[in-house]
Design a protein around this ligand. Sequence first.
Ligand code: ACO
Length: 326
Amino acid sequence: MRTSIAGTGSYLPDRVLTNADLEKMVDTTDEWILSRTGISERRIAAPEQATSDLAIEAGRMALEMAGLEGGEIDLIIVATLTPDYLFPSTAGLVQRALGAHRAAAFDLEAACTGFIYALAIGDLFVSSGKYSRVLVIGAEVLSRFLDWEDRNTCVLFGDGAGAAVLVPSEDGIRGIVSTHLHNDGRMAELLHAPAGGSRRPTDAEALAQKLYTVKMQGNEVFKIAVTKLSDVVDEILDANGLKEEDVDFLVPHQANLRIIKATARKLRLPMDKVIVTVDRHGNTSAASVPLALDEAVRSNRIRSGDTVLLEAFGGGLTWGGALVNW
Ligand code: ACO
């Protein structure tokens, strides 16, 4: 049985942080950020907002588009690396707020590839017949885990959430065609938060050194991301017997416009067939793909019958993709 996406939703906090604002905070320029990353601005959660608050709003919108009530959902998966708490899960908090009392709920952590992982697992539950209504969400409040004095990282990220409702495909044609997941733990420390877990709790020294914040060897990650995303595009096309020209839209992870353009070139897709939100959202990690997808669906760019390729790359190192017959 094939799984289709019956609804999408997204949420962005109100506060906009522009490159000009960042120029006043760290030694950077709008020109550097824009030319190296493609980012002009990003959203920052209000002090009282946690990841579940963003996830709930995105989930609500996706349910509304799908014409479903919370009580009809069987499973909620929240992909995040910035959960509200160590435990209980953010998905459980979303379940409570949406009145999804019948639903099983758990969080999934695959950094920026989290939504692709969540989509793949949700797809397995639906296509196996185990569940028929699954809500998958990618949500992050990364702004709480950034060193706002480190220009190498603080200019890159933003907060947000995106969601999708998965149901059995009515015609067996529309829906998720294939999913592809990867991880290489040998490079785990290229992109990580050294403290805040059981290896290094956030003690006074870790706090003083801000070791609970994102540390990234950006240029190394950049090179690997371009290669692995090119590989995963080949893998998706080969697995489905497709050629580059069979893909109508690319919905990429929004980390860096240069990485997005490299993947678009690989697919020989003009940029008007690539959904780009990195300019306004920055890198929202697990939220970036569903945020971009929701924008493309609601603006009627992606339409029924389109072949859509989703991909992401992030900490782990993780990467993956999915092909969807929209
Ligand atoms: N403003 C001005 N200068 C800066 C800034 C800044 N904000 N940040 C870095 N620089 C400087 C560096 O200090 C360096 O200076 P130096 O040459 O004097 O040492 C110079 O700019 C070049 O630095 P690089 O790191 O080589 O710059 P690069 O062109 O690689 O761009 C970037 C950096 C944007 C981080 C890029 O490498 C990138 O996008 N990497 C991939 C990020 C990614 O995909 N992450 C995965 C997902 S994230 C997740 O999973 C949480």
